[in-house]
Ligand binder design. Sequence first.
Ligand code: GUN
Length: 285
Amino acid sequence: MNTKIIDGKIISGQIKDELKEKTALLKEKGIEVTLAVILVGADPASQVYVRNKKRACEYIGYRSLSYELPEDTSEEELLKLIDELNGRKDVDGILVQMPLPKHIDEKKVTLAISPDKDVDGFHPMNVGALCVGDKGFVSCTPAGIIQLLKRGVDGFDISGKECVIVGRSNIVGKPMALLMLRENATVTIAHSRTKNLEEVCKRADIIIAAVGKAGMITKDHVKPGAVVIDVGINRSEDGKLCGDVKFDEVSEIASAITPVPGGVGPMTIAMLMYNCYEAAIMHMN
Ligand code: GUN
């Protein structure tokens, strides 16, 4: 099988370059796209994510406002900051890096961000908008996967395809299913209680693995010629980054597959940047 390796670094680069061009045009009109990034505590992985988000802003030409708060910040203080940023006309997007320290209720924080600044697409108003087909911010990882399929696989049409999503999280599995439905795919969500997972997955023209278990999707789950998208970011026993899919064996039968790292990962930030641009356009009007 001549398997296509879908390169998320290249596709995310294209999206960021498109945004960079459009942002320069906005700047000529005196409009600056602004993202406020809030990090509470010093989780090393979150620090890396936040740094990468700020770097992407810098590359595209957005202004980023950085709020790095101590671990013992109270929920009340965080909500007060969000309220202040909600009210600022010069702020287009607000991102609170998750996970938050245990004493802060993530649901309350998600609800506190004004839906028109919720560039993560986590607010129930935005999730609901996706559900009923209204305009709104879409969760970045699933939105990035749609771009990988549209830009990364030549001549591929999602419409009418059997799509099996493995994983039902609020940030990936569920919005992914809604987006695939919007693209006219036939959608199945499989999860930890699904019986005969191999059989269910084998029906798929598109498999999206988002379970967080290293190598759980094997060649026995994959129909020859299927397109396989791997959302997992796991550490193997020898400390290497690996996905939810056994890449070596699945890439022998898939028609296209995303690697880990370098597949879905880079797309999340690109789509966050896309949402920030859309927020700025919305705030212009
Ligand atoms: N933590 C892990 N992924 C994400 C994300 O996409 N957005 C936010 N805000 N926090 C995260």
